[in-house]
Design a protein around this ligand. Structure first.
Ligand code: XCC
Ligand code: SF4
Length: 629
């Protein structure tokens, strides 16, 4: 490929300066990345994009003619466009809910084993949260020791996955008017596994043909993720590893170090990554690394497990979804440790162009070409040390001539848990409520989600973020969205200068950025808790607050679940990429307007960041008007 074409492609693909030189390298050397694969997939199937393809049973696959011409109007079983689209969406949604919630289950299981003295290397680090959660779910704390309390919490949370009760305990954190809406619509989340299993039942051939009824269950299943599986993942991770506090760190591919052993932690579950953090600090490991000629061990995160480490330990983060193959293309990664979710199956291919080893650790997530070192809470610390040793040995095989780390890292601030925000505000949310009431802050937006090679990397997040803060709208972020903002410098207090006057003065007074990093994707539950706190302080439902959600670059089924529990909780949510629903006008109408009568919020789709900001501002203005502020 000639040089000018390469340059052109690179500029089309990302705005991440630390990624550009490496993208160039992949194109020059023929190392295939997600962008190349997307190109090879063109044109992508139109039926699939519209959600009109059903491959659910063996009478199919079937597809519906989107043009209302002479083509088929129904699948072999008789399902029409509305039903096929709705079932596909529910399928996506619960795949995402399952991913979040099963991660949550592993954290809760680790708490149980820790309470029973069966895990290795874990302890209860946040006693305050242990007590708060215990009280909240009705577990006695008086005169009992921490491990007994922890055991009761773990057992009670494990029950939430398959209980016969009629609602999940933590969903009672939602303000009453919001809970009332759920009860009235028949979508109170009962239990995590149950909603997912029931969804799989409902999308089987011949189980109900009413698209609206199917989508309503989608909302219920999403609530069991947001106020259930994800929230338990967040709370129990806090109990085990500490509730995040505000701290500084570094971001982008420049966090990799030429003269150190580089370990990248990629995936989602802090149960694994926290043990690796412990292991790299051992003197024995540091000495070993020095013996092999390295200056030390450099641990960096990637995607959401990276966010977990950043939030609690201030570990630097190398990048988001589309940076994973490029991190390997630096030739400087000795070991990339993976657990699960958002890990491209191609990473072993990219790694094979260098000395890099991929280490898989979860029995649920094996990758051909990876070294498998299975992680269990009972032997967690030993396994972590063995992986670190492997990284040090692999460092010896690194070819310095192939190492290319092109950029300097960017500084960032993170750690904005609900507790940390409250503390920064002086122990109460009142100053924030006042700022919203007097208009210096117009409202807040939860910006979440991924990268998607269909959109220039980080462009959606960064452009929408800047547009919102300019309009005095506070932005709170999780997941790959937050990493994008970090790379662009928006997670620094100085970025307040890009904000409108009102937001700017609040940020300056508190010394905080206008975009707050609230954590990983399961930590979208923190956004729910924050919204619930504000609503309760004002005695209203979440749907009455001047809030919105946005997922400008989403790709994952988990994002479908998140967007859905935002909407089901009363938060209007704008997606930057269309979900696969455009084959059914009825489904579109229900999701973009009909739901208002059910949960007080809807989805919207708007690819243009400025137009998306317009929609959000209009929505926030109307909520302010209704509140009389
Ligand atoms: Fe995955 Fe969570 Fe999306 Fe990033 S934001 S691509 S889901 S890592 Ni969660
Ligand atoms: Fe076709 Fe119906 Fe089977 Fe889907 S469920 S593949 S529409 S026959």
């Amino acid at each position: 490929m000639d040089k000018s074409l390469i340059k052109l492609k690179v500029e089309e693909r990302t705005i991440d300066e630390s990624a550009k030189p490496l993208l160039e390298r992949t194109l020059e050397e023929g190392i295939e990345t997600a962008w190349d694969r997307l190109e090879k997939q063109q044109p992508q199937c139109g039926f699939g994009q519209l959600g009109l393809c059903c491959n659910r049973c063996s009478m199919g696959p079937c597809r519906i003619d989107p043009f209302e011409k002479d083509g088929p109007k129904r699948g072999v079983c008789g399902a029409d466009a509305d039903l096929i689209v709705a079932r596909n969406l529910l399928d996506d949604l619960v795949t995402g809910a399952a991913a979040h919630s099963d991660h949550g289950r592993e954290v809760v299981e680790t708490l149980l084993m820790t309470a029973e003295g069966k895990s290795q290397g874990y302890e209860i680090l946040d006693k305050e949260k242990l007590y708060t959660v215990a009280k909240e779910i009705g577990i006695t704390t008086e005169g009992r020791n921490d491990t007994d309390i922890a055991k009761d919490i773990a057992l009670s949370f494990l029950e939430e996955y398959g209980t016969i009760k009629n609602s999940i305990d933590l969903s009672k954190r939602a303000p009453e008017p919001t809970q009332d809406k759920w009860a009235k619509a028949g979508i109170l989340p009962r239990s995590v596994d149950r909603e997912i299993v029931e969804a799989m039942h409902r999308i089987h051939m011949g189980v109900g043909a009413d698209y609206a009824n199917i989508l309503l269950h989608g909302l219920r299943a999403s609530l069991s993720d947001g106020w259930g599986g994800s929230m338990m993942a967040t709370e129990v991770s806090d109990i085990l590893f500490g509730t995040p506090e505000i701290k500084e760190s570094w971001v982008n591919l420049g966090t990799l170090k030429e003269d150190m052993v580089n370990i990248v932690l990629h995936g989602h579950n802090p149960v694994l990554s926290e043990m690796v953090v412990k292991a790299v600090k051992e003197q024995e490991m540091v000495d070993l690394a020095k013996q092999k000629g390295a200056k030390g061990i450099n641990l960096v995160g990637m995607c959401c497990t990276g966010n977990e480490l950043l939030m609690r330990r201030g570990i630097p983060i190398a990048g988001n979804l589309l940076n994973q193959e490029l991190a390997l293309a630096t030739g400087a990664v000795d070991v990339m440790i993976i657990d699960y979710q958002c890990i491209f199956p191609s990473i072993t291919q990219v790694a094979s162009c260098f000395h890099t080893k991929i280490v898989s650790t979860s029995e649920k997530s094996k990758v051909p070409g990876a070294v498998h070192m299975e992680f269990h809470p009972e032997t967690a610390y030993d396994t972590a040390k063995n992986i670190v040793k492997l990284a040090i040995e692999t460092y010896e095989q690194r070819n310095p001539d192939r190492v290319k780390i092109p950029a300097k890292p960017v500084k960032m601030m993170a750690g904005f848990s609900v507790e940390a925000i409250k503390k920064a505000l002086g122990g109460t949310f009142q100053p924030l409520i006042d700022a919203i009431a007097n208009g210096s802050i117009k409202g807040a937006v939860g910006m979440v989600g991924c990268n998607n090679p269909k959109i220039k990397q980080d462009y959606g997040h960064v452009t929408l973020g800047k547009e919102l803060i300019k309009r005095n709208i506070l932005v709170v972020e999780t997941g790959c969205a937050a990493i994008a903002s970090g790379k662009a410098g928006l997670l620094l207090p100085e970025a307040a200068d890009l904000a409108g006057d009102g937001l700017k003065s609040v940020c300056h007074a508190l010394g905080i950025p206008p975009v707050l990093h609230m954590g990983s994707c399961v930590d979208c539950s923190r956004i729910l808790v924050l919204a619930a706190e504000l609503a309760k302080a004002l005695n209203v439902g979440i749907d009455q607050l001047p809030l919105a959600g946005a997922a400008p670059e989403w790709y994952s089924q988990k994002a479908v679940s998140i967007a859905s529990y935002f909407v089901a909780s009363g938060v209007y949510t704008v997606l930057g990429l269309p979900p696969k629903i455009f084959g059914s006008k009825n489904v579109i109408d229900l999701l973009t307007s009909g739901l208002n009568d059910v949960v007080g919020a809807t989805y919207a789709v708007e690819p243009g960041p400025v137009a998306a900001a317009d929609l959000i501002e209009k929505h926030i203005d109307s909520k302010r008007k209704d509140l009389g502020i």
